[in-house]
Design a protein around this ligand. Structure first.
Ligand code: HSE
Length: 400
């Protein structure tokens, strides 16, 4: 029997507890031995809850108990998660986590500590919730150069954009509805500004290329400026607007970004709607692989955490290979990457053509403005042309 401790009894922690109890027999079969929850750590009390008999408030009880072989960190945030996880690994325990902030910032370091101690640091749930994507990148797509990863990695923003698309509603009213329904946080900044998605794509890019991709170096733009009018134009183009997190090999250099993009109907992620996440991985041998499923929520995320626990039990005293070096990957300057842009302006068509040359106009029946799609150009060139034009109402990158 393997003893484990769960750090944090919130949305994910209570899901892990429930899955380990409800699917106990099945998990014993898959893992090869029974997984017993010896402790749950939380600052709060949970009177009457099934966790009550194993609830502790002091982390040292877990850290100093040699019987605990696996620590499940599902508290989120960096403090005290980083210190707790590092101490657990140094004490010879394996760690499974759903904490994308922790993994994005300290992934390489924690993997190295686990490796040194013949233990595991696993984080399947940190990206894409219940979707298996970390393990496929680590263990399955190992024969390919990864040409591109494009993901819808944030459920909250995908829910908001889907509603705006279907109902013609504006951003603020959909955000409010999402908050009232509990889909969006009261402080939605991390989601709507792209800060959540950028950590997730940094993790995927680090695994794809084997070096640390610093999320602070990735161009990040959220969805707060997307309007109901933008969706009218998108419809005219047969496209939708999605928040895409991307890393791409462009002529040998890796370009990464998080930004809203106009996506055509034949794109594999076009139909990924509501809170669902989707990830396209393009290998130079295997071609396109698409992963779609629940990117958030208690049980889907906990399901991925428990799959890591099973993996840890199967590999006690063996560090499974995760190639993610501490050396930083030099990203290509985003300003040099090329794409077409959709633009709305109150300027005349003459002014548009003087600034941008030949463009394709889109008529969405909105008075007092002109909508058009540019030729492919670098971000820098676009900024120059847009400044020359002036009067730009909005601009959205067009996904090829
Ligand atoms: N806030 C995140 C989302 C939760 O909306 O996708 C899962 O990481």
């Amino acid at each position: 029997m393997i003893k484990v401790a769960i750090l944090g009894y919130g949305t994910v922690g209570s899901g892990v507890f429930e899955i380990l109890k409800q699917n106990s027999e099945l998990i014993t079969g898959k893992a090869g031995q029974e997984v017993d929850i010896k402790y749950v750590l939380d600052l709060r009390d949970f009177p009457g809850d099934p966790c009550e008999s194993v609830l502790v408030h002091d982390y040292n009880i877990i850290l100093n108990d040699p019987e605990v072989e696996i620590v499940i960190e599902v508290m989120g945030g960096l403090k005290p998660a980083y210190d707790f996880v590092k101490a657990a690994l140094e004490a010879g325990k394996s760690v499974c986590t759903s904490n994308k902030e922790l993994v994005a910032k300290y992934g390489a370091e924690l993997i190295a500590i686990a490796h040194k101690n013949n233990r595991n640091f696993l984080f399947e749930a940190a990206v894409g919730g219940g979707i298996p994507i970390i393990r496929p990148l680590n263990m399955h797509i190992t024969a390919d150069k990864i040409q591109e990863i494009t993901g819808i990695l944030n459920g909250t923003t995908n829910y908001i954009l889907t509603k705006m698309d279907r109902e013609g509603a504006d951003f603020d009213s959909v955000l409010k509805q999402a908050q009232d329904l509990g889909y969006a946080e009261r402080n939605p900044e991390a989601d709507v500004e792209g800060f959540d998605a950028v950590r997730k794509i940094a993790i995927l890019a680090s695994l794809a290329y084997g070096k640390t991709v610093d999320y602070e170096e990735i161009y990040t733009e959220g969805i707060t400026k997307i309007s109901a009018e933008d969706f009218k134009y998108a419809k005219k183009m047969g496209r939708s607007i999605k928040l895409l997190a991307k890393c791409k090999n462009e002529e040998g250099e890796i370009v990464a970004s998080v930004s809203p993009r106009l996506l055509a109907e034949d794109h594999p992620l076009f139909h990924v709607s509501d809170v669902v996440n989707g990830i396209l991985v393009r290998g130079n041998m295997v071609g396109d692989l698409v992963f779609i499923g629940s990117g958030a929520g208690s049980l889907p995320t906990a399901s991925a955490v428990v799959s890591d626990i099973v993996d840890c039990v199967r590999h006690l005293n063996v560090s499974t290979t995760v190639v993610w070096d501490g050396e930083k990957l030099q990203l290509e300057d985003f300003s040099q990457s090329k794409k077409a842009f959709f633009v709305r302006t109150s300027a005349s068509k003459d002014a548009v053509e003087q600034a941008f040359g030949e463009v394709s106009y889109i008529d969405a029946g909105i008075a007092g403005e002109v909508g058009f799609v540019t030729a492919k150009m670098t971000e820098t060139k676009f900024a120059e042309c847009a400044e020359k034009l002036g009067n730009v109402i909005s601009r959205i990158r067009v996904e090829a």
